[in-house]
Design a protein around this ligand. Structure first.
Ligand code: TNX
Length: 569
């Protein structure tokens, strides 16, 4: 690519790009191109290509002749600003374990160190001249330049800087993911990336109710989100099988309602400090928490703790199965609305982000006007907390409240009630069960997961368009995309990662990348390079046969032996 245009989804192997060592199986053309170059050139080629980034950047221009290599002299310089400094420290912490380099973080005003990496907040420093097109990087965009003398990330916000850093990380060899020092040449490919997201909401959901997961597991999921520029973590905190968040005014919700899960496990719940820890960790990674209290159905655990909320005022036994749709809080009892007000008030107070999710799905025993009436009261209660209400698309028939967001989880593409709610002002988060549900099996023989919405291989997760998916909903009403992970069959962090990877990056790309970059053939190649990253970092993933994974490296972070590779070591 010679101009800073939309990144070509299918690069022509005869162009200069092909001379850059490709991290996957070399094609005959690559070998010929390599043979035509000097040995010195081969040694200098970085192992990652600029256009291998996931999610695909909006614009990129490779400079195949140029490489920047991190050395013991490389320092990170950053605009004097606490948020920018935090991003610079994050970058240093990402790179130090594998590289073993000191990578000191210095104020931008400090003496210019050799071989700098610079993070600049535009607005405090003049923005760079941009080539061909808008310089408006917006709330999350960034510009990344890799030249022979340095790496520069410029953004208008600290979030933009953070995403520039995530891209920078992907441009280094997979060995950078090693938790311990590795001898490698820390080369980045030369060129420029100008990047910003297609949709403002890009998320994943973790169901911590069906099975409870420790705070550490949730933090690790946040890391996976941040790596692929996803900016929302939706926590499904309550369901029939367990209530997972401490509520001071109704303490038995967590202590009694939290003491169960699917199967025989002990369950558990997050204390308010646990939740604050998740919020802080997520916020440092530019991820906003979206807490869900599922109402009026999916409430058996609450009824076990407080039978006064049950329609018959009798405590049901704890539920550890996987059926849905049988439980509900009594919509005819005013005490229920005290409960809703207290719980949503406390959760809102704990949550810095703008969203509060009230569920609303599968309340099969609360029908028609009774259901709509309940939802309308719950929506007003959310509004009174100052938050914006989010709910599954079953909320659609209820009256509109300002900012209301519906989360589409259908498996078809048409729903007149949802389209009507959008006409009345609702926005949509799109999570189609048959494309975005991470609890669906990849294939018949996938050992865990469901198949009620079909099998979802990586291509199925990738090949759809959130902007046009739901009939009669304009792209402008689509806030973004989310990949939910329900955990009826998921019992460990390894299970979570197995279902997340490699489909999460597919959904992330749908949320971030411009549609013009959408190309399955190129996506699977770009994705392949992430397998060695995950292996090196000790992250479990599904070796989907659709993706041309490189053979397992013998030394962590190093690429498998192939003729074209030997020159690089
Ligand atoms: C449907 S999707 C549910 C969940 C289940 C999931 C299993 C939605 C809003 N409700 O209660 O866990 O299917 O795939």
């Amino acid at each position: 690519m010679s101009t800073l245009g939309i990144s070509s989804p299918t690069p022509d192997p005869t162009t200069a790009d092909a001379a850059v060592l490709h991290p996957h199986e070399p094609e005959a053309g690559d070998l010929a191109a390599l043979a035509a170059r000097t040995a010195g050139d081969d040694l200098l080629a970085p192992p990652v290509r600029l256009d291998d980034v996931v999610p695909a950047p909006e614009l990129l221009e490779a400079d195949p002749g140029t490489t920047f290599v991190l050395t013991g002299d490389t320092a990170i310089r950053v605009t004097t600003h606490p948020g920018a400094r935090e991003v610079a420290d994050h970058l240093a912490e990402l790179l130090r374990p594998a590289t073993g380099l000191p990578l000191p973080v210095a104020d931008a005003l400090a003496v210019d160190p050799a071989g700098p990496m610079t993070l600049t907040l535009a607005g405090t420093t003049p923005p760079p001249v941009t080539t061909g097109g808008s310089a408006d990087l917006g709330a999350e965009g960034y510009r990344l330049d890799v030249s022979g003398s340095g790496v520069r990330v410029v953004a208008e916000t600290t979030t933009g800087l953070f995403y520039g850093v995530q891209t920078l990380r992907q441009l280094l060899p997979a060995a950078v993911e090693s938790p311990t020092p590795v001898a490698a040449r820390w080369a980045l490919p030369g060129g420029t990336i100008l990047d910003r997201p297609r949709f403002p909401y890009r998320g994943a959901m973790l169901d911590v109710a069906r099975h409870f997961f420790a705070v550490e597991d949730v933090l690790r999921v946040v890391d996976h989100l941040a790596r692929y520029k996803l900016n929302h973590l939706h926590l499904h905190l309550t369901d029939d099988q367990g209530w997972r968040i401490a509520v001071d005014s109704w303490p038995r919700l967590a202590t009694v309602g939290g003491a169960s899960e699917v199967g025989d496990g002990p369950g558990g719940h997050y204390t308010k400090d646990d939740y604050r820890r998740i919020v802080a960790y997520a916020s440092a990674r530019h991820v906003t928490l979206v807490p869900e209290i599922d109402l009026p159905g999916h409430t058996n655990a609450a009824l076990v703790a407080y039978p006064e909320l049950a329609p018959d005022k009798v405590a049901p036994p704890p539920y550890t199965g996987t059926e849905v749709g049988f439980s509900y809080v009594d919509p005819a009892d005013e005490r229920t609305y005290d409960f809703v007000t207290d719980v949503l008030g406390e959760v809102a107070a704990l949550t810095p982000g703008p969203w509060l999710h009230i569920g609303g799905d599968e309340a099969y025993k609360v029908k028609g006007e009774v259901y709509t009436g309940f939802v309308e009261r719950a929506q007003r209660i959310v509004a009174d907390t100052g938050k914006t209400v989010v709910g599954w698309h079953q909320l659609a028939p209820a009256a509109h409240v300002d900012g209301r967001v519906l989360q589409w989880w259908g498996t078809d593409t048409a729903d007149p009630a949802t389209a009507d709610a959008v006409r009345r002002g609702a926005r949509l988060i799109v999570s189609p069960g048959n494309h975005a549900y991470l609890d669906m099996k990849y294939a018949e023989d996938t050992p865990i997961g469901h198949d009620w919405a079909g099998l979802i291989d990586v291509r199925r997760a990738y090949d759809w368009d959130p902007g046009t998916h739901v009939t009669d909903v304009p792209t402008t009403a689509v806030l973004g995309v989310e990949a939910p992970l329900w955990t009826e069959s998921v019992t460990s962090l390894a299970d979570i990662e197995f279902l997340l990877l490699p489909r999460l990056p597919a959904i992330a790309e749908l949320g971030w990348s411009p549609r013009t970059t959408h190309d399955w053939a190129r996506f699977r190649e770009r994705l392949a390079g992430h397998g060695p990253r995950w292996s090196t970092a000790g992250i479990t993933f599904h070796r989907s046969p659709e993706v041309p994974w490189p053979a397992t490296p013998t030394i962590p972070g190093q690429r498998p032996a192939a003729k074209s590779d030997t020159a690089e070591r």
